[in-house]
Design a protein. Structure first.
Length: 58
């Protein structure tokens, strides 16, 4: 692994369900890959949404 890379772990398996933009929980089934928030209208890749939530935790 390159020196500049970092790893982190998250035990919260709800990282992909919580909308990064409005912090509301969005129920979805595993086969739903895009994150579409009915609360604020945010649309992004489900994995990207999860990564932003993990990074936001610090």
């Amino acid at each position: 692994m390159p020196e500049s890379s970092a790893t982190c772990s998250s035990s919260d398996h709800h990282d992909s369900k919580r909308c990064f933009d409005c912090k509301q929980s969005v129920q979805k089934i595993l086969s739903n890959r895009p994150h579409v928030c009915p609360h604020c209208g945010s649309v992004r890749c489900r994995d990207e949404n999860a990564v932003w939530n993990i990074l936001d935790k610090g």
